[in-house]
Design a protein around this ligand. Structure first.
Ligand code: MRU
Length: 359
């Protein structure tokens, strides 16, 4: 692993200049340090996902595409069959790093399919196919984020205040982001908006990443603790909630960062529209509803000691640390994808994506 400080141009995930490593902005160190890492070993690629050095469902998917390609360059295989067996093993190992976001599995599978389809051309052709696929995944995320931003912007008006939870901006994706995409687009066009950022305990993506991204771009924002959302809604300060997603089930139930479902329940109580924004790669046609979405459990120390100068809880206390929760589809006003705005009933409005996945 090599690390260099570079504060001039943050870019979250790309292939390194040598073409043999994945270069990421280490999100676990933000906002205090801007450190880029070049990763190529299987265990360090796995660790980068598990430790949230790269995070956000779409960014993890882009990373997975490049990771599979970079690993394919290190092959010891002498024939196509052994090469594919190695690719399969890499896919299975990387896929075990985080269970909730479906983009990881889908992009790993896409790379395996790309290699299989190029089998006739031998190992070199399979590697080239994987490079093309990694670049296509990245390019398509940029285009999808741009389209989501346009559709999302159509749901709000100048002067609105948006509440968001966790981070679904450029750091979590590429370029505009999903939930924050409309906000960045509005800013570019001179449309005034205000963003309330939930700090997002325990890993503080809202404070460390969302507030950082918005503040750096000169976008008007206010940071609040998660337990303050109810008050600002009651005070009439929120016009809409925009959140990202890690997996959308067929019925519209949506997994996103822990605390999101609480925001949706509050929004329903106060009559505030609650929008989920994400690329179609986050919709899982194999998942009928939220009960089938695996929820990642993380280390107790994230609650007790991480980000604090000294521990804030007795060391022996038992903790429960689910990283995601599922927002019931009945609480969601609309799901915004690159194709447009899907309204309930979601089973019907999202079905175009399932048909596409089947073909
Ligand atoms: O654990 P994280 O930080 O990877 O969780 C991220 C989220 O929950 C995001 O809201 C989601 O991935 C959407 S990112 C466009």
């Amino acid at each position: 692993m090599s690390a260099v400080d570079d504060v001039t141009r943050p870019q979250n995930v790309r292939l390194s200049d040598s073409g043999r490593a994945v270069r990421i902005l280490d999100q676990s160190l933000l906002p205090n340090r801007t450190v880029y890492l070049e990763l190529s070993g299987l265990s360090e690629l796995y660790e980068a996902i598990a430790s949230l050095r790269v995070r956000g469902a779409p960014a993890i998917g882009i990373f997975a595409g490049y990771a599979m390609y970079v690993l394919s360059l290190q092959t010891a295989a002498e024939d196509a069959g052994s090469f594919l067996a190695e690719c399969r093993a890499n896919r299975d190992y990387l896929n075990s790093s985080r269970p909730t976001a479906v983009n990881l599995r889908r992009m790993l599978d896409r790379q395996l399919t790309a290699a299989q389809s190029a089998r006739g051309g031998g190992i070199a052709e399979m590697q080239r196919a994987m490079l093309r696929t990694a670049e296509a995944i990245h390019r398509s995320d940029i285009a999808m984020c741009r389209a989501i931003s346009e559709h999302g912007l159509g749901l709000i008006k100048p002067g609105d205040s948006i509440l968001t939870h966790c981070n679904a901006g450029p750091l979590a994706t590429s370029e505009y982001g999903t939930a924050l995409g409309p906000v960045f687009l509005a800013h570019e066009r001179g449309i005034p908006l205000h963003v309330w950022c939930d700090e997002t305990r325990p890993l503080l993506q809202g404070a460390r990443l969302t507030a950082y991204e918005l503040q750096s771009a000169g976008i008007d924002c206010t940071l609040i603790c998660d337990n303050m959302a109810s008050l600002v809604m009651k005070q009439g300060r929120i016009n809409a909630c925009f959140v990202g997603c890690d997996r959308v089930a067929r019925n519209g139930d949506t997994a996103n960062k822990i605390g999101t479902s609480g925001v949706a329940i509050l929004a329903a109580y106060y009559g505030i529209p609650f929008y989920v924004l994400g690329p179609s790669s986050t919709i899982d046609p194999d998942c009928p509803d939220g009960a089938h979405i695996p929820i990642e459990l993380r280390d107790e120390e994230e609650i007790k000691s991480r980000f604090f100068a000294s521990p804030t809880a007795p060391p022996e206390v038992r903790c429960y640390n689910p990283a995601f929760d599922v927002t019931d589809h009945t609480l969601i006003t609309a799901i915004v994808t690159e194709r447009g705005v899907c309204y309930p009933p979601f089973e019907a409005s999202l079905s175009a994506f399932f048909k596409e996945a089947e073909t």
